[in-house]
Design a protein around this ligand. Structure first.
Ligand SMILES: [Zn+2]
Length: 146
């Protein structure tokens, strides 16, 4: 019982690996719409190994999209460090201790810290408590690279 709950939690915000119909062909716009991503993210996925059929327009086979998402979901957030925000474009974490960050207070009393992706692939973000936010500010101040 507990296992299924944590499974569900782990899947939150990840693109479904069954969203695409396996025998269907999708063009870039379809893929962008299907996963709610932007063009940069799609280009990053291609760089990261998403298979496609070259042509005008470039086409993606549903089965390839599902395979890619499955692989991606398997190795996503585990790589994100304590003070990194997960970047959906790069599928990795970007440090929130350097660069410009944006802090958004939430009604829950928590904060979400955003940092623009250095590769222009969107925004990395992560939730923090008020206490954790204070630690991040401290670390940023003592970090000469910040
Ligand atoms: Zn990024």
């Amino acid at each position: 019982m507990t296992a299924s709950v944590s499974d569900k939690k782990a899947r939150r915000n990840l693109q479904s690996s069954t969203a695409a119909k396996i025998n269907e062909l999708y063009d870039s716009q379809d893929v962008i719409k299907l996963y709610g991503i932007n063009r940069n993210t799609l280009l990053n996925w291609i760089k990261a190994g998403l298979a496609y059929i070259e042509g005008e327009p470039r086409l993606f086979l549903g089965a390839d999209l599902n395979t890619f998402q499955k692989k991606r979901n398997g190795n996503s957030r585990k790589n994100v460090g304590a003070y990194e925000g997960y970047c959906p474009g790069c599928r990795t974490g970007h440090s929130l201790l350097v660069g410009d960050i944006r802090v958004k207070p939430m009604s829950t009393g928590n904060f979400r810290i955003y940092r623009a992706c250095p590769d222009g692939a969107g925004e990395a973000g992560k939730w923090f408590s008020k206490e954790e936010l204070a630690v991040i500010y401290q670390l940023r101040e003592s970090n000469p690279g910040a």
